[in-house]
Ligand binder design. Structure first.
Ligand code: MN
Length: 253
């Protein structure tokens, strides 16, 4: 079993180290991770400048790019001869729940893995009193071992979040929906120009059966993901547009 481990917190993150060590009990681990913090980089791909890979120790590589770059360089470059059987991303410092997965570099690394047709799992840890990245890493090892027992589905794509305290169990849940409240603060710099900070705590729509609900009740949350963003109901709802926007007779000539 070849395991590629990456993250978005950077190659020196403790969560990355613990995940790599834990999954190393199941197979050969290669770490390819950003050389610095890349949180909230989303599914960003670097195309406008060259990328460099620096080996930091055996089987550990730092890339001056995003998590998506790391998965690309690993699968299409470094590990081309011996491609990974599974990609694990994390363990992120902080949760990646609900709509936030679209911002998350941690989860986007698994989007990229799926585009490369590899099974993938993202891991994120709530940071608050009682949190333990060791406990999360141990769960990650047990989860992957269980999935390998089940034959490791080729289209595996999971988003896993850990509550801060000891977990009460495991719940499968759908992505929660986030409200967007006041998250932009405007200030003035010493030269009198306005600058902005984007921030604030997420607020969630209260809904049972979500990843956020599971987390808030002390459960490890697992959300199966897929990359198909199609609104299937919309295929019917907007079908009339095709007729109404047919080329005019003049344009068709
Ligand atoms: Mn992060």
């Amino acid at each position: 079993m070849n395991v590629l481990v990456t993250n978005d917190d950077g190659i020196f993150s403790e969560g990355l180290k613990l995940l790599a060590e834990a999954l190393g009990e199941l197979g050969r681990v290669v770490v390819v991770a950003p050389d610095r913090e890349q949180s909230a980089s989303g599914h960003s791909l670097t195309l406008h400048r060259p990328l460099r890979i620096r080996q930091v120790r055996e089987h550990w590589y730092a890339v001056d790019g995003t998590p998506t770059d790391c998965v690309n360089l690993a699968v299409q470059g470094l590990l081309k001869e011996e491609p990974p059987d599974v990609v694990a991303s994390g363990i992120n410092v902080g949760l990646n729940l609900g709509n936030d997965v679209t911002y998350s570099g941690t989860v986007s690394a698994t989007f990229e893995a799926r585009l490369q047709k590899l099974p993938a799992i993202a891991f994120s840890q709530e940071v608050a009193e009682g949190c333990s990245f060791e406990r999360a890493a141990d769960f990650a090892r047990r989860l992957l071992a269980t999935l390998i027992d089940d034959g490791l589905p080729s289209d595996l794509h999971l988003n896993v979040n850990f509550p801060a305290g000891p977990y009460r169990g495991v719940r499968l849940g759908k992505l929660a929906r986030r409200y967007y409240r006041q998250t932009v603060v405007a200030k003035t710099d010493p030269r009198g120009r306005t600058y902005y900070w984007i921030g604030g705590e997420p607020e969630w729509e209260e809904e049972p059966g979500t990843d956020q609900a599971a987390l808030s009740q002390g459960y490890v949350s697992i959300t199966p993901l897929h990359l198909d963003l199609t609104d299937y109901a919309g295929l019917e709802r907007y079908r009339h547009l095709a007729g109404r926007l047919a080329p005019s007779p003049a344009a068709a000539e």
